[in-house]
Structure formats: C-alpha cells, structure tokens
Design a protein around this ligand. Structure first.
Ligand code: FRU
Length: 484
C-alpha cells in the first residue's frame, strides 16, 4: 500500500512539474506578442474571412502549415468572443485540386459573410450558413461554406464562381450586402491587362451569391480591397463609403451598388511600416454598430520564434467631417480593457527637463496600454523611451515641437498640436508599438525587436516644461495567460 502511495505521489509530482513547465512556456517566448494575435507556429499573413456570428468573432488568416516562409497557402482559423482571447481552430481551407504546389490552386485571401437569406440553399435547421469567398490562386474565385458555425468547411460544388482568366491577376474578393439594391457586392483586386496601370478594384454584383456580374473598375489599387459603408460620426444622417486598398490607404466617396464615386484624394490610415491587408468584420450586430478592422503587421522580425508574423491589435474606425473634409480616425477596440493590469496614473503633473526627473521610472514591463494628454508648454522636445535599461537606450517616441514632427522607429510624421497639446494612446507589446495620435487622427503601427530584459520606461522633455494633464499607464496582461 505504502509503495502504491509513494508511486502515485511521484507520478503526481512529475505531472505537476512537467505541466507547469510547459504551461509557463506556452505563448511566452521572448518575441511572442502577448495581446496581438499570432498562430502557434509557422508563417501567416493577411487576415481573411472576418465575420461575426452569434457571439463569435471569426478570424481566418493566410497560413503556411509547412513552415516559416510564405507559400502553400491555407486558411488558418481562430475564434474569439471578445476580440482579445483567441481559440485556435483546425485549418479551415486547404488548397484546391489536392495541389501540392507552392502557389497553384492554394487558398489565397478573401472574406466571409452570413448567408442570412439562405441563397446558397445549404442551411440546416436554424443555424445560418457561413460563406467564404476566396481566391484559389490561378484557379478562380471560389466559395466554401459551413453549416456548423464555422467548425467545418465544404467547398461549393459549382466552383469557381468567377473562372480564372490567365491574362488577369484577380484576387482577394471582399463581399458585402448592399441593402438599397438588395444585392451582394464583391470588390476584387484585378489587373485587367498587361499594363500595370490597369491594376485596380473591380466591382461585381450578385443576387444569389454564385452568379457574379461585372459592373465597374477603379484604377490605382493593389490587393485586398475592402468597401465599407460608414455613418459620419458628427453628421449622423450622412452615409459615406470608404474603399480601402491593401496598404491601408483609402478613398471616401459614394456608392450606388455598382459604381464607386470618389470624393476625396487617397489618404493614409496608418503611417507606420507594418499595417497591411486590412479587413473589417462583416455582420457586426446593429446594436454594436462598430466598424472593426485588423491588419497583418507585415515585415515584423521574430528571431528564433516558432511563428513568423503577427496581426495588428483590432481597432475601431470612425468617419468624421473635419473643417478640411472627411477623414477616418481609429482607436484600439475597448476590449483591450479586459487585459488591463496594474494602473499607474498621474494628473496635472509638471514634467521638468533633467535626467533624474523621470516620473514613470517605477513602471517596468513589456506590455502596456498608455493614454496621455500633454500640454507641451515651452519644451522643445518631448517623448518616451520604451524598453530601456541602464545598458540600452530603448525605443524613442519623440515629438519635436519646432518641426511639429512625431517620430518612432524610423517613421516621422507631421502632427499639429491642438491648443499646444498632444493626445497619445499607445499599445506596446513584445514586438510592436502602435501609436494613436490626437484621438486617432494619425496612427503609426511599427514592429520592433527590443532587447531582452530591458523593461524600463522614461518620459522626458528638453528645453522647457511639459504639463502632464493626464497620464494612465496600464500593464497589459497576456491574452494567453488563461491557457498557460
Ligand atoms: C497580400 C496577398 C494577397 C494574396 C495573399 C497571398 O498580402 O499578396 O493579395 O491573396 O497575400 O498570401
């Protein structure tokens, strides 16, 4: 009996020791983002098929299950009920025709909708069918559907719904419902002739999801389009349409269901280097009403990591009429609060130049949500250093008052102060810095690979004082902690 008890005890200790070891490691590697989405392993790029259905946000993504480099595209899949905690799901889409090729017939980017009207005729019981539109590279635009809340996917028997044309470079269908014409609309990247200038977005419509009619083409776009109807925040009766390009630039205009008529020049929604292939969630309930967007943070570096790539933090878009015209603003989704940890807070605190005047010296760590309003008074330079230590200077975020320039990680943009003040909202994760300026009028999203162990922060000014009207620094907890 004693022997049995001892061996059970030994077995239990081994179990506890090994499981706590693996748990601590899960999503806790040196360059593993803690609140930005990454797959467990391998390469990923564009977000795909973003759709909300019955309490669940679906995030699909371009995924290479074979390794750390691009190729052999499948659709990876994750589900969240709150946009911050993600549950990994099995791969949703495989290449067509059992292709083993790096590119041919692999599952390139696309979108997803809820088939509310059961147009595809696949609905089983009360559960609506989810429909994916994707590019089967060099094998046409195709459909896959799910009748079990996105858990399993079936390729549509009538594929492709738009056949491959080898003179074209068509890809990345984004589909949306257009209420006034009672039709579905598809925006599709195309290069309609040999001439590079023909690159743009084509608009198709369909009354049944499977027959698509070409309607128009807008030049000057490349990859991953998105078309979004948006209420103007300060003119609630007004509706505008925003046409996004793959690089996060956009046009604002009007859309009659077949033609997009731009009213603005192309504008940038992000000024950093790492915001690409944006897509907005479809089917967000009316009561919520948000436009929620996510992007692939292209070109990030993740040395010695089992994965290669990260998504941006999901953000909420608003369209506002300013005195100079319409413009988008962006802010992180409010669900970031679910991950808030310890708060450091200052109000009406004077910041004085000098090396020993760092009011945030007690803040240590690698993941933060910072919100601050600063009156730049008489200073000439103001900013933060993140991820610094006695040994390393870390990453500088600098506002140069005379030049009116905000700089971080190699990106510099002109930012006008409002009544001599600047408003900053900053998300820092292990491999990214996202800076939202003046209520999200400008956003800079950049990746970085900070020094291991450098977990300090400095708030500085030179040449004169700054008044910290308000500063809140939340530590951000790992979104994967509950899985550790
Ligand atoms: C954009 C893109 C898309 C394409 C996908 C392939 O990053 O090139 O146009 O569908 O990636 O992975």
């Amino acid at each position: 009996m004693k022997n049995i008890v001892i061996s059970l005890f030994a077995l239990a200790s081994v179990f506890i020791l090994t499981s706590s070891k693996t748990d601590k490691k899960y999503y806790n590697e040196l360059y593993r983002p803690q609140f930005h989405f990454t797959p467990e392993k391998n390469w990923h790029n564009d977000p795909n098929g973003l759709v909300y259905y019955d309490g669940e946000y679906h995030l699909f993504y371009q995924y290479n299950p074979k390794g750390l480099e691009w190729g052999y595209m499948h659709w990876g899949h994750a589900i969240s009920t709150d946009l911050v905690h993600w549950e990994h799901m099995p791969v949703a889409l495989y290449p067509d025709d059992n292709s083993e090729d790096k590119e041919r017939c692999t599952a390139f980017s696309g979108s997803a909708i809820v088939d509310d009207r059961n147009l595809l005729g696949k609905q089983q019981g009360d559960e609506k069918t989810l429909v994916i539109f994707y590019t089967s590279q060099h094998c046409g635009q195709r459909i896959a559907y799910s009748t079990d809340r996105g858990r399993t996917w079936v390729k549509f028997e009538g594929n492709p719904v738009i056949p491959f044309d080898e003179t074209d470079d068509a890809r990345d269908p984004k589909v949306l419902w257009h209420e006034p014409t009672q039709k579905y609309v598809m925006v599709l990247y195309r290069k309609t002739s040999e001439d590079d200038k023909s690159k743009g977005v084509s608009i198709y419509t369909s009354a049944n999801l499977t027959d698509w009619e070409y309607k128009s083409h807008i030049y000057g776009f490349y990859e991953c389009p998105d078309l979004i109807p948006m209420k103007v925040s300060n003119r609630p009766e007004e509706l505008k349409w925003v046409l996004f390009d793959g690089d996060g630039t956009y046009l604002i205009g009007n859309f009659d269901g077949e033609n997009f008529a731009p009213e603005s020049a192309k504008m940038r929604s992000d000024f950093g280097r790492n915001y690409y292939a944006t897509q907005s969630w479809s089917n967000i309930p009316k009561e919520d009403g948000r436009i929620i967007q996510i992007a692939w943070m292209r070109d990030g570096k993740f040395p010695n990591m089992p994965f290669n790539g990260q998504m941006s933090f999901p953000s909420e878009l608003s369209l506002t009429r300013f005195n100079f015209g319409y413009k988008l603003t962006r802010k992180p989704v409010k669900e970031i609060e679910l991950l808030h940890g310890k708060l450091h807070k200052w109000e009406n605190k004077k910041l004085i130049p000098g090396i020993n005047q760092n009011i945030v010296k007690g803040v240590k760590g690698d993941c933060f949500h910072i919100k601050g309003d600063f009156d730049l008074k008489s200073c000439s330079n103001f900013g933060f250093y993140f991820r610094n230590s006695k040994k390393v200077t870390g990453t500088e975020l600098l506002y140069d008052v005379k030049r009116g320039m905000l700089s971080v990680l190699g990106t510099s943009i002109p930012v006008e102060l409002i009544d001599n003040k600047i408003n900053l909202e900053i998300l820092i994760d292990r491999t990214s810095v996202e800076v939202y300026v003046n209520g999200g009028q400008y956003v800079i999203s950049n990746c970085f690979t900070p020094d291991a162990g450098a977990e300090g922060m400095t708030l500085f000014c030179t040449g004169g004082e700054v008044m910290v009207d308000k500063l809140e620094i939340y530590k951000v907890n790992s979104a994967w902690a509950s899985k550790k």
